[in-house]
Structures are given as structure tokens and as C-alpha cells.
Design a protein around this ligand. Sequence first.
Ligand SMILES: Cc1cc2nc3c(=O)[nH]c(=O)nc-3n(C[C@H](O)[C@H](O)[C@H](O)COP(=O)(O)O)c2cc1C
Length: 353
Amino acid sequence: MSNLFEPYQIRDMLVRNRFMRSATTSAYADEEGIVNETIIRHYERMSRGEVGLIIKGHLYIMDNGKAHDGMAGISNDKQIPMLRKLTDAVHKHDGHIVAQINHAGVVHQPDRAGPSKYSEDDWTAREMSTDEIEAVIEGFGDAAERAMQAGFDGVEIHGAHGYLLSQFLSRDVNKRDDKWGGSLEKRMRLALEVYDEIRGRLGNDPVLIKLNSDDFSPSGFTVEDAIQVSKALSDRGIDLIEISGGGRGRRQDLRERARHPEYSEADFAGHAIKIRKAVKPTPMALVSGFKTLSAMEKAVNEDLTDMVSLSRPFIREPGLVASMKKGQRESTCIRCDACRANFGVAMMQCLLE
Ligand SMILES: Cc1cc2nc3c(=O)[nH]c(=O)nc-3n(C[C@H](O)[C@H](O)[C@H](O)COP(=O)(O)O)c2cc1C
């Protein structure tokens, strides 16, 4: 018997099944970060297709935290009406939707700024001042409040993939020697203070985080670090941790260390088992690699995770969950990554015939 199609409770939010759409950005928003009808239609299709919990592609919390052209924002009130249209379109079909909120840190251009002076390829970023760090915490709080005004069911803090919070967590990127850097306890301070700020503003509404299980750099942020950060967030009352991987300095060959032979589809299953053990019963979602219904069923039935989270398969088949309920056994996404590589053209449309 599969638990995949059973509802799942996250605080007061009763999600209709265990399928989560992991945040997936498009490059279709306008210069002011306002989403358009094309984006809204894609979200409506996923909700009509019975995805339980949809995480909106990352939204920049402040104008100096934008990661790429065409990224949508939640940095000012003008962005709210179209986001409200988007959340209404999802709710119309009984789905839930959470806003992923993000600050890009050193990825933002042209004024690249992060925890410390930092270089990569042909660019260099400057160190943020303490006032700027305080402003980021405030900015996350303001963005979370706007998200609720726009009708989202909660927020997901983007703590992964080499953006600002993940930069602070990394011992390779964060070289500060004040209260924001040094020991892991200090490196995780920003993530925890962002969480506290949002919880203070949102009260009982769901607050989730997407967190790396490993940066896959030689030693920037390891699974041992991820366990400690997950524990601290769990102790504070985070409502769900979505386990991901890959930060600054990532190396493809190091990804192998996150795998587990019994769960070969899920890229980070080995790490997830360790984190799960440390934070259970805090709700968990696991992303990356899921393709077949049987692998997802096994992951949920054997309690590897509470929710299975997918991104690329929903670009190709927004109606995948409903189709699986009717008997489809696997996603037809082949992970060619054209959706990611053709930045701006194809982020929400599959290029496969
Ligand atoms: C086009 C595209 C856009 C993405 N945008 C985001 C994003 O906004 N936020 C985020 O946390 N991850 C983002 N991701 C990563 C996915 O959420 C997910 O972690 C990754 O694709 C692995 O899951 P999958 O194997 O199911 O695709 C994106 C991935 C793709 C392909």
C-alpha cells in the first residue's frame, strides 16, 4: 500500500498528498520582478494535476538580492497583485503553495556582496557590513509578510545551492571573524536569525527551509554540518526541512558521497538518512533524482522522508501526479537538463519532443 497519495499535515496545512514541487525558477518575470500569465498558467496546471505542495520558484527579498534576469521578486508591494493571482489559481484546484524567498549574495550583479571577500572564476565579491546583514534579516521578514499578503500558505527559506544563507554556512566562503563567522555555531547564526525573524512575523503559519545536505565542495559544508544546522532549526520549531545539495565550490565527483545503494534514484538519500535520524519527527522532504513511482513509494513507505520533492519532472509533465494516480509508473523526464541549460528560454517548458 502506498502512502504517497495520503494527505500530510504541516502545522495547520493539510496537504492532499506527499508530492512536492521543488522550487523551480523561470526567467519570465518582468524587469520589476512581476510574474506574468505564462507563469501563472504553469502553476495552475500543476495544481490541477494534483501536486500536493507547490514551492514557488525563488523570489528575491530585496532588489540587491536578485539572482538572475527574469527572476520574480517579493521585494515590494507592487509585486503582490500578480502573485495573488498565482496563488488563487493554485488554490482553485485545492493545491497548497509556499513562497521560496531568497537573497543571492555573491551571485547578485553588479554589486556582488557576501559574508567575506570572495572570488570565483573571473569575478570578486565584497564583504557585507554588519548593517547590511541586519538589513537582510529584516528583508526576509518583510518578504515573508508580503508572501502571506499575496495568499501563499507559508514560506520556504532558501538556505541551499550557494546563495547567501548557504554562503554564510560554508567555511570556505565565510571567513568572517565576528559573530557571523568562524565556528559552525556562528556561521549558522544568519540562517537561525532569519528563521526567528520570519517566525516572529508569521506566528503559526508554515515556515520551511531548503537546506544542503552537503555543498559537495571538499570541506565547505559537510553532512555533519548539515545535521547540526538541521537540529538547531528543528529545536526552534521549523515546520519542514527540504534536503538538497550543492553549494559554492561544488564538484560533480563529490556527489557520490551522498548516495545510498538502497535508494539509488534519490541523489542525497545516504545523507538524508543521517539527517532524518537526527531531527525526526521534524517533517522532511527529499529532492533530486526521483523518477519512478516505485522509488517514491519506497522512500515514503520506508520512512526515508515524509514528502518526495521533484522539479524537472514537473517542467515536462505538470499533470504527473494525477497521471501517476491513474497508473503512470514513471516520469518521462530524462534529466537532459536542457531546461536548466537554456536559461531564460526553457525553464518552464521541456525541450524534448
Ligand atoms: C529550471 C530550474 C530552475 C530551478 N530553480 C530553483 C529555485 O528557484 N530554487 C531552488 O531551490 N531550486 C531550484 N532548482 C533546483 C530544483 O528545485 C531541484 O532541487 C533540482 O532540480 C533537483 O530535483 P529534480 O531532480 O527533481 O529536478 C531549479 C532547477 C531547475 C531545473
